[in-house]
Design a protein around this ligand. Structure first.
Ligand code: PLP
Length: 390
């Protein structure tokens, strides 16, 4: 007798990825641009023979493309392994180059840990850190930054757009304030690159990371205004102007340039399309579950950070994973216990509300059907978890 065919009791559901702020899938066009430099054109960009020279030419061209799209010709682009490295180098390198002259670091309380922890590391060298808090809507105002400035400030860091709320910060105004006070202003552009026009400098330094704009993981960069005083990061060869030794990841920087080119070419239309999906999703969720969008003001078009009434974000993320929707909470997991997001607490949220938030970030492969289906799955999961329904 033929074995009975057991029908799966579940329907196979396509995964809907709504965590583009965490990372993105490498675009096939980017991969195609990278592949030759992993295969037949594998040369070391520092070698003098033809294979090396063609790698060096590719690196040069990638640097030019990126500098045109991020920061502009008034500065230099240094390649790094990621956004965290660029952030940490900027803070420590600028402070170290001005060692003994100024002793205060000013950071917004909603910066990425790669800046907040780097500032903590500098305490042993006599630096103290002043945190500037956002208002209840998640905005770090230029006035709040001005209040924190003094002649002793070596470094100011306020990001272009926040990774959890997606709220766009008034970087140009903050830059003005810092410029008139003679303070170095660094703008973490990791979430903004590929979505906002960064072709003019938003600060004296800007960081970016390829995997956030459909490029590969393992490559990022730092744009620094020309003549910025900064200590070298890696001693070694003459790569990156002698500031960061180590054999260049040729395929990576070629991929990053290609990814940025694609993102900037399509920026306006793609922002509008993704924004429509986000709005459709958010409207549907907000009209069924008692919930609210976190923060207000200009936000990245991809981002819907939602506080749910009556259920925990962490549980919702787990339930959604089982329903094939990938989203995340902003909470940091340490020693097995997850704490509410420091970004949300800094905005004045209660611990309970902060623990109820889930970040959904839309992107290139999402379609209208994804936004609708994901919203339905969120509503159903939230209901099952006891969230307050409308
Ligand atoms: N800065 C911001 C605002 C980020 O969102 C991230 C990553 O999520 C980083 C820096 C770090 O980037 P990377 O993952 O490339 O180290």
């Amino acid at each position: 007798m033929a074995a009975a065919y057991v029908r799966p009791f579940y329907k196979i559901m396509r995964n809907i990825y709504l965590d583009h702020a965490a990372t993105t899938q490498t675009d096939p066009r980017v991969l195609a641009a990278m592949l030759p430099y992993l295969k037949e054109q594998f040369g070391n960009a520092d070698s003098r023979y033809a294979l090396g020279r063609s790698a060096a030419a590719a690196v040069l061209s990638a640097r030019d493309v990126i500098r045109l799209l991020i920061g502009g010709s008034g500065g230099n682009v240094y390649f790094t392994s990621c956004g965290s490295e660029a952030n940490s180098w900027a803070l420590k390198g600028v402070c170290a180059a001005n060692f003994g002259k100024k002793h205060t670091i000013v950071l917004s309380a909603i910066e990425h840990p790669s800046l907040l922890r780097a500032a903590e590391d500098m305490a042993v060298f006599g630096y103290n850190t002043v945190l500037v808090y956002p208002d209840g809507q998640g905005i770090v105002t230029a006035d709040a930054v001005r209040d924190a400035l003094s002649d002793d400030v070596a470094f100011v860091g306020v990001m272009a757009a926040n990774n959890e709320t997606g709220i766009i910060q008034p970087a140009s105004q903050i830059y003005e304030v810092c410029r008139s006070a003679g303070a170095f202003y660094f703008c973490d552009c990791v979430q903004a690159a590929g979505t906002l026009d960064l072709s003019s400098p938003l600060g004296d330094g800007m960081s970016f990371s390829a995997h956030k704009f459909y490029g590969p993981k393992g490559v990022g960069g730092l744009w620094l205004r020309r003549n910025t005083r900064i200590e070298r990061l890696v001693s070694g060869g003459q790569q990156e102007g002698g500031m960061r030794g180590g054999t260049t990841f040729v395929a990576g920087v070629v991929g990053m340039a290609e990814a940025l080119k694609i993102a900037c070419n399509d920026m306006e239309a793609e922002n509008a399309r993704v924004g429509r999906l986000r709005d459709l999703f958010a409207r549907r969720v907000l009209s069924s579950v008692r919930s609210r969008l976190v923060g207000s003001g200009r936000r990245l078009p991809s981002n819907a950070d939602i506080a749910f009434s009556g259920c925990r974000g962490e549980q919702l993320v787990i339930s959604l994973d089982m329903l094939n929707v990938s989203a995340s909470t902003g909470s940091a997991c340490s020693s097995g216990a997850s704490k509410p997001s420091s970004v949300l607490l800094a905005m004045g949220m209660s611990e309970e509300e902060a623990a109820s938030c889930v970040r959904f970030t839309f992107g290139r492969e999402n379609m209208q059907r994804d936004a609708e289906t994901a919203a339905d799955r969120v509503i159903s999961a939230a209901r099952d978890l006891g969230a307050h329904m409308l």
